[in-house]
Design a protein around this ligand. Sequence first.
Ligand SMILES: [Mg+2]
Length: 279
Amino acid sequence: MLFASDLDRTLIYSANSMLLAGPDDAAPPMVVAEVYRGAPLSFMTRSAEAMLEDLAQRGQFVPVTTRTREQFERIRLPGRGRGYAISTNGAVLMKDGVPDAAWTASIRSRISRECVPLAEVFEQLTVENPVQGLVRARTAEDTFIYCLVERASLSPEYLADLTDWCGQRGWKVSLQGRKLYCVPVPVSKEAAVAEVRERMGVDTLITAGDSLLDAGMLEVADIAFRPAHGELHATGFERPHLTVTGARGILAGEEMVRSALEYARGSSRVAGHPGSRQG
Ligand SMILES: [Mg+2]
């Protein structure tokens, strides 16, 4: 069994995305998962970390993130630097911290065949038909584009048109919090996870994620989890093998790790009832 999971807003949470409800003195104990420019930025619950440590020691946890390799390496996860890890939305596949050059080359070759160049999309987003509410646009490892946006200024119509425009050019769009991503279709978490699954000879694949860029990874899994918040929750994404958490925010993260660990320990609770439920 392998637990392949998205990180931001699935396993780790910024202060603004924790969605803690109830009195402050009832909040769960938390640990810092990421420090940025000298200050704590992302967190997980202490319980989630302990359970993830258990999975990592079993060699059954693979982090999967849209973050660049540099942004990923700031995160302190159990099992860091051991086993497989996937960054840059699937464009980078690491084994024991070392990127697999052949994997990245194969992805780049597919991009050059199937997608318009990054520069053309960047031009569209910033000059030709600029993103509404655009604060700034950046490229990630010369592979994809992300824009910081003012959500209130971004209309659903613009987003639909952009998704269409990108779709005709081999690119896909995802909106997560204040970040709008434009990513070449061949750069996908599910492709990288499938590669790891094959290399490791995994029988049961469990995945977790909250955004549109995680949807493919949730689709290809035997058992999938998503939190009751985020982009997929907003669109009502459901599948027969997908369980939606009861909790929201950082506690949803803990809930998904607990479910994966229960499965790893041979519990029948998850394995026997992989049905969908709304939290
Ligand atoms: Mg996420």
